[in-house]
Design a protein around this ligand. Structure first.
Ligand code: IVH
Length: 597
């Protein structure tokens, strides 16, 4: 291949690769396989190696590879990047609409066309394109002057190095594209996990993570984080005309940018409010964080007439959602016992408003998490709460430590029933082993009475709640000591239903051993394992005496299960409770006993 042919082929390959990048990274809809893409890419790399003087900065091969910088150079925005006024509720949005009509001399009932789009919670950036080629990427900075982060921006796959020429949309001699660099929630979690493993300080939220990753002196670090960019507007441009903001967005889309999802043109302020409600509703379904919505007058001629204040335009407003993150102090760390005996450390916080709700507790999940995040009593922390999820501690603020903070230790006993707690090998959680533990009792009784277990008809959730709340049941065995008048006196019960329940309880006494074992709710003993055990052991007495080694001989039973069974039968409370059931007439029959008998 001579040089002329190579130049021609290189041009063709770049166009193809740019298009496939766009399909993959922007549209999320590739049209060729990864292998085909790699083939094109390798062909381009090898041609550029043979003809190095044909390499240009806008080649798709030139995304990564720049050397670390000592510091960022400053760069000016051709047109200042200003900010937006905030609106915190629908009334303030209506006021924005009224003000605009007043200023334009329109009647109160006139309809103004607006656009509504998410307000990305990221780091703003300006990308200067000349003849379609990316020249420089500048952070917002103070709005007049920012930092030149071009080598870093080049590593972000959704930033075109060269604007696409599609659908006859012309590429202008110059356009300054503006948008937001963001990190998805998923990538944020991945990056923080990686940092935790390396013992590095965590990012407090995806916005800090995006901004921090963009402002790295070493572009290879930026490249190792999957950042994304959404374009929301333009600054300076020449050689092109736009009529409306929605037209700008369409152009950005054609040129190969990601544009705001859920973007909508609203015919009047009522449709704006409707879309705001929709966006707020969809907020958690998006894969990245948004902190509100931006409402803009669509018509650029109207925008021009409305003009600017010192720091913000009169034609746009940012509608802010309640923030989902706040800082507060940990007053104490307590341990809560779950319905199945799991012990969870919980931070007791100085009450703080997060996402429109006052939060005074946050889960710390387990002791490993407490250690990894190095959370101590007395620490100042970032708390995050999204939608209905349980509030979480994101990270501590070590700068605020006084030295008086206390390290938390897991208690040796269950805080509810004082049983000695245990942590199964290879698991992160601690458990309370006592089936009569008041923290677990309701859940255990639901399970015990349920259909696959003892099948006590009529003993449903509502009734169990009442029985436990009234103190008639403190442990499972108490079911077999209930008295008819006590039951009849309960809400929504009477003579008849009490009698039915007594009969169902009586019937449950003659139960196959496998069901009884399942009903006990031994960890890891589901219906299948219970059957294996009932086939092997004649009765509970035999099973009680079994050592781990013997249990391991049964095909289908592994070390985790064996350990859990032995632990269950070594708990005094559990043995006593079973004895009381037997004393009341419960007599499980094993398949083996039946066969032998
Ligand atoms: S339009 C004149 N649209 O919010 C300013 N800004 O508080 C026009 N932002 O600095 C801004 N998403 O970085 C606009 N869809 C969006 C946005 C957005 C996030 C940021 C932007 C700006 C800040 C204003």
């Amino acid at each position: 291949m001579n040089e002329k042919e190579a130049a021609e082929r290189i041009k063709q390959l770049r166009e193809e690769i740019n298009y496939h990048n766009y399909r993959y990274y922007v549209l999320n809809d590739p049209v060729i396989s990864d292998a085909e893409y790699d083939r094109l890419f390798r062909e381009l790399v090898s041609l550029e190696e043979k003809f190095p003087h044909l390499v240009t900065p806008d080649s798709p091969t030139q995304r990564v590879g720049a050397q670390p910088l000592d510091e960022f150079k400053k760069a000016r925005h051709r047109e200042p990047m200003l900010s937006l006024d905030d609106a915190f509720n629908h009334e303030e949005v209506m006021e924005f609409d009224r003000r605009i009509k007043r200023q334009l001399g329109l009647s109160e009932n006139a309809d103004i066309e607006y656009t509504v789009e998410p307000k990305f919670d990221g780091a703003s950036i300006e990308l200067v394109y000349e003849k379609g080629v990316l020249q420089i990427a500048i952070t917002r900075g103070d709005g007049i002057e920012g930092e030149d982060v071009t080598p870093n921006a080049r590593t972000i796959r959704s930033i075109p190095l060269r604007l696409l020429h599609q659908d006859n949309v012309p590429v202008p001699p110059r356009v300054d594209v503006r948008g937001e660099i963001i990190m998805t929630k998923e990538e944020f979690a991945r990056v923080n996990l990686e940092k935790e493993e390396r013992g590095e300080p965590l990012f407090a939220n995806p916005r800090n993570a995006a901004a921090g990753s963009l402002r790295q002196l070493d572009p290879r670090v930026t490249a190792s984080r999957r950042l994304d960019m959404f374009a929301w507007g333009v600054g300076y441009f020449e050689g092109i005309k736009f009529k409306s903001h929605s037209e700008i967005i369409e152009h950005l889309n054609r040129w190969g940018f990601k544009i705001p999802p859920l973007f909508r043109v609203a015919s009047n302020i009522h449709e704006v409010l409707e879309h705001l409600r929709y966006l707020e509703d969809q907020r958690h379904a998006l894969e990245f964080e948004i902190d509100g919505a931006v409402i803009k007058v669509n018509d650029l001629e109207l925008q021009r007439r409305l003009g600017w204040k010192t720091r913000s335009p009169r034609w746009a407003v940012a509608y802010k959602f309640p923030p989902e993150q706040a800082t507060t102090r940990i007053k104490d760390i307590i341990v809560s016992v779950g319905r199945l005996g799991t012990l969870t450390p919980v931070a007791i916080l100085e009450p703080v408003e997060v996402g429109g709700v006052t939060v005074s507790r946050a889960t710390l999940h387990n002791i490993d998490e407490v250690r990894r995040k190095d959370v101590r009593v007395g620490d100042y922390v970032f708390v995050h709460r999204a939608g209905d999820v349980i509030p979480e501690i994101v990270k501590v603020i070590p700068e605020k430590r006084t030295g008086k903070e206390k390290i938390f230790e897991m208690p040796g006993e269950c805080p509810v029933c004082n049983s000695k707690v245990y942590r199964p090998e290879g698991e992160v959680a601690y458990y309370c082993p006592n089936i009569s533990c008041p923290a677990q009792i309701k859940e255990r009784i639901y399970h015990f009475a349920s259909r696959g277990a003892m099948n006590i008809e009529g003993l449903g959730k509502k009734l169990v709640d009442q029985l436990v709340d009234k103190g008639l049941i403190r442990e499972i065995a108490d079911i077999y000591y209930l008295k008819k008048p006590d039951i009849a006196a309960l809400e929504r019960m009477g003579e008849k239903s009490a009698e039915n329940l007594m009969r169902a309880i009586e019937r449950s006494k003659k139960v196959p051993l496998s069901r009884f074992l399942y009903a006990l709710g031994i960890r890891h003993v589901g219906e299948y394992i219970a059957k294996l055990l009932a086939r092997y052991f004649k009765d509970i007495e035999e099973l009680k005496k079994a050592k781990e080694e013997e249990l391991l001989e049964i095909e289908g039973i592994g070390p985790e299960v064996a350990q859990s069974i032995v632990r269950f039968f070594s708990n005094e409370e559990n043995l006593r409770s079973i004895e009381r059931m037997f004393a009341a007439g419960v007599s499980p029959q094993s398949e083996k006993a039946i066969a032998e008998g």
